[in-house]
Design a protein around this ligand. Structure first.
Ligand SMILES: NC(=O)C1=CN([C@@H]2O[C@H](COP(=O)(O)OP(=O)(O)OC[C@H]3O[C@@H](n4cnc5c(N)ncnc54)[C@H](O)[C@@H]3O)[C@@H](O)[C@H]2O)C=CC1
Ligand SMILES: O=C(O)[C@@H]1CCC=N1
Length: 269
């Protein structure tokens, strides 16, 4: 019989994963979802043809449980779930910050737990999902997690000690690029371009740069140097970025995100 997977707390990330799994060929009959509100459960049933059940029913029926509630809601969910999760279930947490030990302490002894930090480009199959094993998770459990998340993009295994840093870089990462696009589009307005044209120019620059970063094999410094002509336009912009401390701001920003991920470890934010 096919493995059954349940997504518990199907919000933005849970739905991104669910939709990716279905695009990747998972049969809706092998997938279950849970949601707090009945209207949300009905919406998920309607959109994906999956069964929406209670958390306890999901724990009884599915081989793999993927928990995608907010870190602050994880303790409550685990209190509700713990009596219903047999120790042979694979429990995957998608929450920022919360360590595998938090789950292991609350679930039956020996329950395998895998921690995954994915990101919203899962919606377009371009996620990066960073995967770590808890104490009782074997190579097979890691492979099962990889099989699920490979459907929505790339996967990378790291020791759990690197998860807070990975969350700062990769989980939150797309937001930094959206922020830059938003700011550069405003700059286009400042320079007199209509908003829609400024948006298109910056988005295409971002896509072109991203594809070159991924495919050219060149270091980012070399790629930037290739754009930066002597006494040209780009170096004037770079001087202003350095004058305004953008590099230092990025170092501080990612450190702050890493620190917040560490704070979320207690599961009560
Ligand atoms: N949004 C993002 O870019 C990323 C989020 N994450 C992680 O994914 C998790 C979810 O984040 P989002 O999807 O953004 O949040 P969200 O708020 O969209 O989704 C969480 C869902 O869980 C539901 N929920 C809460 N308690 C529940 C319970 N006891 N039973 C059933 N459903 C319950 C809520 O109603 C909500 O729909 C968080 O732990 C976050 O750290 C990870 C990577 C990226
Ligand atoms: O901001 C957050 O806490 C979540 C986790 C990573 C991305 N979004």
């Amino acid at each position: 019989m096919a493995q059954k997977v349940a997504v518990l707390g199907t919000g933005k990330i849970g739905e991104a994963l669910l939709s990716g799994m279905i695009r990747g060929g998972w049969a809706p009959a092998d997938l279950l979802v849970t949601a707090r509100r009945p209207e949300r459960a009905a919406q998920l049933r309607e959109r994906y043809g999956v069964d929406a059940v209670t958390n306890a029913e999901a724990a009884a029926a599915a081989d793999t449980l993927i928990l995608t509630v907010k870190p602050q809601d994880m303790g409550t969910l685990l209190t509700e779930l713990a009596p219903h999760v047999p120790a042979d279930r694979l429990v995957i947490s998608g929450a920022a910050g919360v360590p595998t030990a938090f789950f292991e302490e609350r679930l039956a002894a020996g329950t395998p737990v895998v921690r995954v930090m994915t990101n919203t480009p899962a919606l377009v199959d371009e996620a990066m999902s960073v995967i770590s094993a808890g104490t009782h998770a074997t190579g097979d459990h890691l492979r099962r997690a990889e099989e699920i998340f490979a459907g929505v993009g790339k996967t990378l295994r790291v020791p759990e000690s690197q998860q807070d840093a990975a969350t700062a870089l990769s989980g939150s990462g797309p937001a930094y690029f959206y922020f830059l696009v938003e700011a550069m589009t405003d700059a286009g307005i400042l320079l007199g371009l209509p908003r829609d044209k400024a948006h298109d120019l910056i988005v295409q620059a971002a896509i072109g740069a991203a594809v070159m970063l991924r495919d050219s094999g060149e270091h980012p410094v070399k790629l930037r140097e290739n754009v930066t002509s002597p006494a040209g336009t780009t170096i004037n912009a770079i001087r202003e970025l350095e004058n305004h401390g953008v590099r230092a701001a990025l170092l501080a920003a990612l450190e702050a995100a890493r620190d917040r991920s560490r704070e979320l470890a207690s599961g009560n934010g």
